[in-house]
Design a protein around this ligand. Structure first.
Ligand code: GCB
Length: 602
């Protein structure tokens, strides 16, 4: 038997807890006090040495003077507060371009409901580096703007009243981080997703992976595992799917893991038209957790993608985690409903969540809407492919993405990066990420957004990036008629790959300023973008038979520091089909018409 290989993760803090919404959670969202610390005075002393843990001038230590001669040169108060979750950039003008350190502080009272219980502090995401302290003691550090992490707060660290929780958040960019110095999106900083205290019994269900094995279209074999912390060998774990009248009693092995492997003959598969989710209950003597999980098969056969054994064409759209009308990161349930609602209005059956894992609310909502998801890590453009250290950071982010969302039926593709420049060392790096993704999760497809043109002949553009050999789907970005050529160039262009695999266009697009109307050939106008889409759609209709879908760039306009045309951009990338005010542009209707037509035929 193949045992699903998802590993436990310890690289970036404690093992990641799963399915937080189902737990006994106390939210720490709300107003947090802050200090902007450009010089990192709270972290380094005047000789630029890291401060000792008990240094009274460290910003993780109390700001209350002990006596009248106690000189405190730092302090938290309500004149300076930021909303958590939320990026800091959109909360006050002074933060718009800020890259550096901000200290966040929250006081809270907490009494556990039982002495033997455990308490964890869980962050949905902090951009980019978080150093976390409670009552003057460091809990740990995490890097990576878009993945969750947690630390245990042990009894010796916790007080019933007035815990002093401090998070040093640093969003500076570095050449040896993921992403690197250079991206085409705003470097939003801050505690950008939910913060919660999670109370668990001493012996608790820490993680589980429950999915249909692949390929398994006929047999409905559900496989996976359940991990229980602090349990004994042979302890019993029960998994049940009440609606299917399935109850299985399993035993833990010496690693605290129970292996799942059973048939569900009556299963109704999760699909686009019926995104069926089953309540799955997992129970041990001391713990119980439930989650709604969908079961579906996804595989590549020859040059097609098969969903539950049937060929599927991906009518997608790329999406940034940003709310254009407010110029901020998306993080609420309403935000998710807006973005995915817009995608549905466009006639999509798929979203490419670019270029990093989005909030978990997005993938959970996609599960219940029946939208397919491409989820990606920010291995973007020119990261340092030579460095083993950078590779290991990329792997950590990949592991965290997969670990968080491995039970989401909507996710069909893990992407290990975007537009990475071809070289031997790059291909080795990227292949190693593809291998890691397959090892973590053998049930899904893997890909990466590649570039074109390495050997373009007249009118024929080949996707021959050597990474094509290792992916399940050959995906590429093309902007014919925007970056190079005019939209008319689409009339004679043909695309192909020698890899005998499905071919997917992960990006194409052109900018238009919402509400700017002019002649068709006037760049930046809605009419130009509309024309671009018309020519693209005509070209797409001539694609080879292995063409399996497209996710144009992109759903909505977004902020980007690279976009400095003083009239038409002003810090925005306007390739959205929705504009900065959330209004549909003309091109929206061109793509929608194509998708509506496709939905009738494919
Ligand atoms: C791309 C990138 C995307 C950019 C886009 C653009 O190829 O993948 O992140 O924002 O082009 O607008 O140029």
């Amino acid at each position: 038997m193949v045992v699903l290989g998802l590993m436990q993760l310890a690289a970036n803090g404690a093992d990641l807890l799963t399915n937080i919404p189902a737990r006994k959670v106390t939210s720490l969202n709300g107003k947090w006090q802050y200090i902007i610390d450009i010089y990192e005075t709270g972290f380094y002393d005047y000789r630029y040495k890291e401060r000792a843990e008990n240094d009274p001038e460290a910003y993780w230590n109390t700001d209350v003077p002990a006596h009248s001669l106690d000189r405190k040169e730092h302090g938290y108060n309500d004149t300076y507060t930021l909303n958590v979750p939320g990026d800091w950039n959109s909360q006050a003008d002074k933060f718009l371009y800020y890259e550096g350190t901000v200290w966040y502080k929250k006081s809270f009272d907490y009494q556990k409901s039982s002495k033997s219980n455990k308490l964890y502090l869980h962050f949905g995401a902090v951009s980019y580096r978080a150093d976390v302290y409670i009552n003057g003691k460091k809990l740990g550090m995490h890097k990576g703007s878009f993945s969750p992490f947690n630390f245990e707060i042990t009894d010796s660290l916790l007080k019933e009243k007035d815990n002093f929780l401090v998070v040093k958040v640093d969003n500076r960019r570095y050449a040896n981080e993921i992403p690197t110095l250079n991206t085409d999106w705003w470097n939003y900083g801050g505690i950008i997703r939910d913060v919660s205290l999670v109370e668990l019994p001493n012996t608790f269900i820490s993680n589980y992976f429950v999915q249909l094995a692949k390929p398994n279209v006929a047999t409905n074999l559900i496989r996976g595992w359940i991990d229980v912390k602090n349990a004994a060998l042979d302890d019993e774990v029960t998994i049940e799917i009440p609606e299917l009248k399935i109850t299985k009693k399993l035993r833990l092995n010496s690693e605290g893991r129970a292996i799942i492997n059973f048939n569900a003959p009556k299963l109704i598969k999760w699909s686009l038209t019926n995104p069926k989710l089953y309540q799955v209950n997992i129970t041990t003597a001391s713990d119980k957790i439930s989650e709604k999980i969908g079961f579906r098969n996804i595989e590549v056969q020859g040059e097609k993608i098969l969903l539950n054994g049937e060929s599927v064409f991906l009518r997608g759209i790329s999406v940034h985690a940003e709310i254009p009308e407010e110029g901020r990161r998306a993080h609420t349930q309403k935000d998710a409903e807006k973005l995915l609602g817009w995608a549905r209005e466009l006639g999509c059956n798929m979203v490419r969540l670019a270029h990093y894992p989005h909030d978990e609310k997005m993938t959970r909502l996609a599960d219940s809407l029946g939208l397919l998801v491409w989820s990606e890590i920010p291995v973007y453009w020119t990261i340092d492919f030579k460095s083993e250290e950078v590779l290991s950071k990329a792997k950590t982010q990949l592991d965290e993405m997969i670990d968080r969302d491995k039970n989401r039926a909507s996710i069909i593709i893990w992407s290990v990066g975007n537009e990475t420049p071809v070289s031997e060392v790059r291909t080795r790096f990227m292949k190693s990420l593809l291998d890691e993704a397959r090892k973590m999760d053998p049930t899904r497809l893997v890909s990466a957004a590649l570039e074109v043109n390495y050997h373009s002949e007249e009118n024929m553009r080949w996707i021959d990036d050597p990474l094509g050999e290792y992916v399940d789907i050959v995906s590429f970005n093309q902007y014919l008629g925007w970056y190079g050529g005019t939209p008319e160039s689409c009339r004679t262009a043909n695309w192909g790959t020698h890899y005998k695999k499905p071919l997917f266009i992960s990006e194409t697009g052109a900018e238009a300023v919402g509400g700017y109307h002019a002649k068709t050939n006037q760049l930046w106008s809605e009419e130009f973008q509309e024309w671009f889409y018309k020519e693209q759609v005509a070209m797409l209709k001539r694609m080879p038979s292995n063409f399996v879908g497209i996710s144009p760039w992109l759903l909505a306009d977004f902020r980007s520091p690279r976009r400095n045309n003083p009239v038409y951009q002003q810090g925005w990338n306007n390739k959205g089909l929705y504009d900065q005010q959330g209004r549909k542009k003309k091109a929206f209707y061109v793509l929608k018409a194509y998708y509506d037509e496709l939905s009738k035929t494919k």
